[in-house]
Design a protein around this ligand. Structure first.
Ligand SMILES: Cc1cc2nc3c(=O)[nH]c(=O)nc-3n(C[C@H](O)[C@H](O)[C@H](O)COP(=O)(O)OP(=O)(O)OC[C@H]3O[C@@H](n4cnc5c(N)ncnc54)[C@H](O)[C@@H]3O)c2cc1C
Length: 441
């Protein structure tokens, strides 16, 4: 099929929080773009990915977009429904629906021989865009432990958990100590016939509030990480006590070396005797699970808070290599092999995502015109300037905001560096590109 040529239009793939923030930044800068979304609504996870009873784990202040505060009557921890309404309001406020096509799933995208990106949609249509801004999310490709294949009872991943009735009256084993694991464990303790909680290792569990404020807000931008660690460790000891007093293993890593889990409810359930900690799973036979300490129990349902893999199924294999949970991207968004492939939102902020997305969008809007000037992929230019691929998917939000601000100031320097390497477009090519008009849809 001959692709419809969209000229200099960028394609923003996905209309979750990340896609909305990127679209807003491009619109603001007058960069032509089209946004597509596989489902029929904006909000991503908050529209179709979380359970009925979900409330955010980060706080309202650390999750709202910097350019659009949440309504003043929202609580510190809005519900999933409130979050969804907020993202809809954001799209409306910045007129993002004007450039949004719903029910448009990208099934394949590859760099076209003559430049630009050729994109195939689920309905078979093919379009050519100048570039791709990939915002497909990182909470959808379910990760299953291998042993679940041998369990003959019900297996439910947190992504498929929607309401407490799925757990009600069942002997439930919850697996995983992350935030989804904590939510599942609290729900199972409330409505399950029995609730056990298998933890492979010791985690940092933080209460949701400290001093009447969301715990994540206790950390302020000026506070170095060692001070944040010291403060939180002290507060946890005072407010919660020792994890061993709850039957939980002590953390086997420093605070923030892994995503801390935030839940007050699990402590109640453990002390109420409605939730029972178990170590890692060693073996499974039928519906009976044997644990690392040699104990065993029989369950109707295994509820998995075992997380997600990063996946870009519409890109040719290997386009964005992923090591563990870390996408191999320069500045967290660029590959050295491709021009105008912007992969956004693959990192996880230690708190909420909102405050990061505005500066990320602004950086993107600054760097797209820079990439237009360069024959060399910007990722390759960054590589040649000594930039390193991040070694973790966890992001300290305050440090990330500072880095993005720095990235914006580096544009003249990067342009100068590219000129020295002889990798800018000849001026004629720039003006030809600038004069190209997108074809109508
Ligand atoms: C239970 C749970 C609780 C959470 N709590 C918090 C919290 O408290 N604070 C916080 O900051 N974050 C939280 N998160 C993380 C949450 O994922 C982010 O808040 C946010 O949704 C990420 O936004 P995103 O746009 O990157 O991805 P998503 O929200 O996943 O959106 C991606 C969008 O891209 C679309 N898409 C994907 N592939 C294609 C394709 N091929 N073609 C077209 N469209 C496509 C999807 O349909 C989706 O709408 C939580 C997640 C879960 C699961």
């Amino acid at each position: 099929m001959t692709p419809v040529d969209r000229g200099d239009v960028m394609l923003v793939l996905g209309a979750g929080p990340t896609g909305l923030a990127m679209a807003r930044a491009l619109a603001e800068r007058g960069i032509p773009y089209q946004q597509v979304e596989a489902t029929h609504d904006v909000g991503g996870n908050w529209a179709h990915g979380v359970y009925e009873t979900a409330h955010i784990i980060s706080s309202r202040k650390t999750t709202e977009f910097a350019d659009h505060p949440m309504p003043a009557d929202y609580p510190d921890f809005p519900s999933g429904k409130q979050m969804h309404a907020y993202f809809r309001a954001y799209a409306e406020h910045f007129h993002l629906y004007d450039h949004l096509r719903f029910g448009a799933e990208v099934t394949h995208a590859e760099e076209a021989a003559g430049g630009g990106w050729q994109v195939t949609f689920r309905d078979g249509t093919v379009e050519r865009y100048k570039g791709l801004v990939v915002c497909n999310g990182h909470h959808w490709a379910r990760s299953f432990p291998a042993w679940t294949a041998d369990f003959t009872g019900e297996v439910l991943h947190s992504k498929d958990y929607k309401r407490p009735d799925q757990l009600r009256g069942k002997r439930v084993l919850v697996v995983g100590g992350g935030n989804s694991g904590c939510d599942l464990a609290s729900e199972a303790a409330r409505v399950g016939a029995t609730a056990d909680w298998s933890l492979r290792r010791g985690y940092w569990f933080l209460p949701k509030t400290l001093f009447g404020r969301p715990s994540v807000e206790i950390m302020t931008p000026w506070m170095p990480v060692f001070a944040q660690r010291l403060l939180l460790r002290g507060l946890v000891r005072v407010v919660v006590g020792r994890y061993a007093d709850y039957g939980l293993p002590e953390p086997d890593h420093a605070l923030f070396d892994a995503h801390p889990s935030i839940s007050t409810e699990v402590f109640h359930a453990l002390k109420h005797g409605t939730l029972h900690p178990r170590p890692d799973v060693r073996a499974v036979s039928g519906q009976t699970v044997t644990f690392a300490d040699g104990t065993a129990a029989t369950y109707d349902l295994v509820a998995l808070g075992t997380g997600f893999d990063l996946s870009y199924p519409f890109l040719p294999p290997g386009t964005v290599p992923v090591v563990g949970k870390v996408p191999q991207l320069y500045a967290g968004m660029l590959r050295p092999e491709h021009r105008h492939l912007w992969v956004m939102g693959g990192q996880q902020a230690r708190y909420g995502i909102g405050p990061l997305l505005r500066p990320l969008g602004q950086l993107l809007a600054d760097w797209i015109p820079l990439q237009d000037e360069l024959t060399v992929p910007l990722g390759e230019l960054l590589r040649r300037t000594g930039e390193q691929i991040p070694t973790t998917h966890l992001v300290d939000p305050h440090a990330a905001i500072r880095r993005m601000a720095l990235g914006r100031t580096l544009v003249p320097l990067l342009r100068w560096r590219a000129r020295h390497l002889g990798v800018t477009y000849p001026p004629a090519a720039i003006s030809a590109a600038a004069n190209r008009r997108p074809s109508s849809s």
